[in-house]
Design a binder for this molecule. Structure first.
Ligand code: TMP
Length: 202
C-alpha cells in the first residue's frame, strides 16, 4: 500500500500557493485541501478570521481559532486520507499560524507551537514548499483585490510574516524547500515537481 505523504504550501498572499497546490495535487493524485476553511466547520471559523468588520479579536483568540480550524481539518480530512494511503496537498498548514500569529502578531513562538502540537495530533507536514516572491511581485498580484482582515495589516506585519517563513525554512532545511515564486507559472511548477520528486520520490 502507498504511504500517504502530507505536503503543505506556504507563503505570503499573492505568492501563487493555491494555483500550485492544485496543480501538484492533480499531478500526484493527492487530496487537495486548505487551511483555514478545509472543512464545513473550518469555513465558519474562517469567516470570523477574515471578516474586516471584526475589529476586536484578541491575538490569542485568533491563534486558537486557527488551531481549532486545524484540529477539525486534521481529524476530518488529513488523518483519514493519510491512513487510507492517499497523499495530501494543503494550501497552508500549521506553519501559517507560527508565521502569522507567532512572528506576525508577536505571540510567543513556543506557546503557539505548543497549542498547535495538540491541534495537529502528530500530523506535521512531511514537506513544506515555501513560495517566496519579492514584495513588488506580491503587491502587483494583490492590486485590485478585495483585502481581508489579514491583508489589511501594514507592511511591517507582512515583513515579519515573510521573515518568519524564511527563518523556519532555514531552521529545518530537511522539511522545507524554498521556491522562487517570482518566476513564471511554468518555472515555479517545474521547481515544485522537482522538489517533490527529490524529497519524497513522488
Ligand atoms: P488564504 O487562505 O487566502 O491564503 O488566506 C488566509 C489568511 O489567513 C492569510 O492572510 C493568512 C491567515 N492565516 C493565519 O493568520 N493563520 C493561520 O493559521 C492560517 C492557516 C492562515
Amino acid at each position: 500500500m502507498t504511504i500517504g505523504r502530507y505536503i503543505a504550501f506556504e507563503g505570503a498572499e499573492g505568492c501563487g500557493k493555491s494555483t500550485h497546490a492544485a496543480r501538484l495535487a492533480a499531478a500526484i493524485d493527492a487530496v487537495l485541501t486548505r487551511e483555514t476553511g478545509g472543512t464545513a466547520i473550518g469555513r465558519r471559523i474562517r469567516e470570523i478570521l477574515h471578516d474586516t468588520s471584526v475589529t476586536n479579536l484578541s491575538d490569542r483568540a485568533e491563534a486558537l481559532l486557527a488551531a481549532a480550524d486545524r484540529a477539525q481539518h486534521i481529524d476530518e480530512v488529513v488523518a483519514p486520507a493519510l491512513a487510507a494511503g492517499r497523499h495530501v496537498v494543503s494550501d497552508r498548514s500549521v506553519y501559517s499560524t507560527l508565521a502569522y500569529q507567532g512572528y506576525g502578531r508577536g505571540l510567543p513562538l513556543p506557546e503557539v507551537r505548543h497549542i498547535n502540537e495538540w491541534a495537529v495530533d502528530g500530523h506535521w507536514p512531511h514537506l513544506v514548499l515555501l513560495l517566496d516572491a519579492p514584495t513588488e511581485v506580491l503587491e502587483r498580484r494583490m492590486r485590485g483585490r478585495q483585502l481581508d482582515r489579514f491583508e489589511q495589516e501594514g507592511d511591517a506585519f507582512h515583513q515579519r510574516v515573510r521573515d518568519g517563513f524564511r527563518d523556519m525554512a532555514r531552521t529545518e532545511p530537511e522539511r522545507w524547500v524554498v521556491v522562487d515564486g517570482g518566476q513564471s507559472l511554468e518555472q515555479v511548477g517545474n521547481a515544485v515537481r522537482a522538489a517533490v520528486a527529490d524529497r519524497l520520490g513522488l
